[in-house]
Design a protein around this ligand. Structure first.
Ligand SMILES: [Fe+2]
Ligand SMILES: [Fe+2]
Length: 274
């Protein structure tokens, strides 16, 4: 099973600054003819404001020539209210994502494996879908198969028991609960996006992989979190014994920084952005 993980495409009608990178990634993805594509979130730039960018992103994904699953990012459905009050996750934004891009949580089985897509944006929001997703996950991990989880935000930066990392990761309380539930299955992989950084680290049997963005990297607005700030995607091969993966960084996708266009896109400059 050949699976390509793309991430943080940030497709937009109004802010098309990074479309050359996204189109170049799309060309390489099509040429590799995968069995499945997974987008680990921030499909759109302004998806939580209007449906236009999400519809554009969906149409682009349909052009890639392979089945595709997506999980939502903060630019698609919003985030915790303390991150940005005017773009808090709510039911309207969630429903819009589901109608345009498909379910925000899903499973996909093939011999030896269960892939689980999670909506990382509901954690620590108090929205009813947070508990609903935990209950759904309890059932989803009831399998003898090896499990790979795909979600927008990483669980942590360096250590599973580290403290809050602000905007960058799942917060400690839902992280603890997630790891407790995922501890009931044969978890092998947690793949995420959001940081616009390519990185991998291993804890026990679990490989944690940060997918690079297809659009832009963060410059001075992001502290050093390790890994590589490059544009690309990940090429996985899964078989019944395990999986292998390779980061792919096409030559014609420069590491365009967000910083020069940040104010125009965001309208203001929050402390932490991505
Ligand atoms: Fe992003
Ligand atoms: Fe994000």
């Amino acid at each position: 099973m050949r699976i390509l993980q793309i991430s943080d495409t940030h497709i937009s009608a109004e802010h098309a600054d990074f479309s050359t990178n996204v189109e170049a990634i799309g060309e390489v993805v099509r040429a590799r003819n995968p069995d499945l594509i997974i987008n680990t979130g921030d499909l759109a730039m302004n998806g939580c404001i209007s449906p236009v960018d999400l519809e554009l992103a969906h149409n682009w994904q349909q052009s890639l020539g392979a089945p595709i699953f997506s999980v939502p990012g903060n630019h698609d459905v919003g985030d915790r209210p303390e991150i940005r009050a005017d773009q808090a996750l709510d039911s309207v934004r969630l429903d819009r994502f589901r109608q345009i891009a498909g379910s925000d949580r899903w499973t996909f089985d093939f011999p030896g494996w269960r892939l689980i897509g999670l909506n990382a944006m509901v954690f620590a929001t108090g929205h009813q879908d947070e508990d609903a997703q935990f209950a759904w996950l309890e059932a989803a991990v009831s399998t003898d198969a090896k499990v790979a989880v795909f979600m927008h935000k990483p669980l942590f930066i360096d250590e599973p028991d580290e403290g809050p990392r602000g905007y960058w990761t799942v917060t400690p309380e839902p992280r603890r609960k997630l790891l407790q539930i995922l501890g009931k299955c044969d978890l092998r992989l947690v793949a995420s996006g959001h940081l616009h950084i390519a990185r991998e680290l291993r804890h026990g049997n679990v490989t944690h992989i940060w997918g690079p963005a297809a659009s832009f990297v963060c410059g001075e607005i992001q502290e050093d979190l390790g890994g590589e700030r490059r544009i690309g995607f990940i090429d996985y091969t899964f078989d019944e014994s395990g999986f292998s993966h390779a980061f792919v960084f096409p030559e014609n996708t420069p590491a365009l920084p967000l910083d020069p266009v940040l104010d125009r896109i965001y309208g203001h400059q929050p402390d932490d952005i991505q």
